[in-house]
Write a protein that binds this ligand. Structure first.
Ligand SMILES: O=P(O)(O)OC[C@@H](O)[C@@H](O)c1c[nH]c2ccccc12
Length: 263
């Protein structure tokens, strides 16, 4: 069994248990913000900065992080959105984390979880998310399309995450505004930054938000993503381990025109 299969098995159990409880109360306090608009307005690579205490591939990253302090630093350093891992069993996150972060910042928050059912989308929205993640590797096509439409009808943006050409083809069936190319294979955890370059070629970019996800460490990595055709990067571990979030984020926000220094 791959890790992804293990995670999805567990998620199915969690969702079944969740469905025995009452629907969530509408306690959301913050408005919905648009990542897509932030990305389109920027003249540099946009960053989705992630709150991630731990992961199955890396183990503990920063278990005792002050998430509000971290989120505010991300916002002050120009994050186009903040991603919050909400999976408890494998990533030590929670919807309470997402709610706390959403109420503390004025940028869109991405609910980073393994979504398989509408009830998770309701809960994410209720907790303050502006964006949800749908992972093509984790969903049959028809379910992906249904969840995409459901989330969009709720006014949320959807990050459609792909890792290979077949998943990309499936993602494009919904005409998504936001595509994430995960450089990490969720079945083997191998990271290859070239994944972005290989897949971007197959997208008619237009006004899309194209995110290169995972394994971003340096300015050179951000430049590689930009030169491949991405306009956004999603960065977790590097920022969680950083002692100077602000300068690290500044370095990663490379100008979008590859003719550096021009104009
Ligand atoms: O910590 P990194 O290598 O910067 O990666 C961040 C992000 O891309 C990664 O957390 C991620 C991408 N897609 C996911 C799906 C589920 C859980 C986690 C992820």
């Amino acid at each position: 069994m791959t890790f992804l299969e293990k995670i999805i098995d567990k998620k199915k159990q969690e969702v079944a248990e969740r469905k025995l409880q009452a629907a969530g109360k509408h306690t959301r306090k913050n408005p919905i913000y648009s990542l897509h608009q932030n990305v389109q307005a920027a003249d540099h690579i946009s960053i989705i900065a992630e709150i991630k205490r731990a992961s199955p591939s890396k183990g503990a990253i920063q278990m005792d992080v002050d998430i509000l302090k971290q989120a505010k630093q991300y916002e002050q350093s120009g994050a186009a959105a903040i991603s919050v891992l909400t999976d408890e069993s494998f990533f030590h996150g929670s919807l309470d984390d997402l709610k706390a972060v959403s109420e503390a910042v004025s940028v869109p928050v991405l609910c980073k979880d393994f979504m398989i059912d509408e009830i998770q989308i309701d809960d994410a929205k209720n907790a303050g998310a502006s964006i949800i993640l749908l992972i093509l590797a984790a969903l049959p096509l028809e379910r992906f399309q249904r969840l995409y439409n459901y989330a969009t009808e709720q006014g949320l943006e959807v990050l459609c995450e792909v890792h290979n050409a077949d998943e990309l083809k499936d993602a494009l069936t919904v005409n998504p505004k936001i595509i994430g190319i995960n450089n990490r294979n969720l079945k083997t955890f191998e990271v290859d930054l070239q994944t972005t370059a290989e897949l971007v070629q197959q997208i008619d970019k237009g006004e899309l938000t194209i995110i290169s996800e995972s394994g971003m460490r340096t300015k050179e990595d951000a430049e590689l993503a930009r030169d491949a055709g991405a306009n956004t990067i999603l960065v977790g571990e590097t920022l969680m381990r950083s002692n100077h979030v602000e300068s690290d984020m500044q370095a990663l926000q490379v100008p979008l025109s590859s003719t550096k220094g021009a104009s």
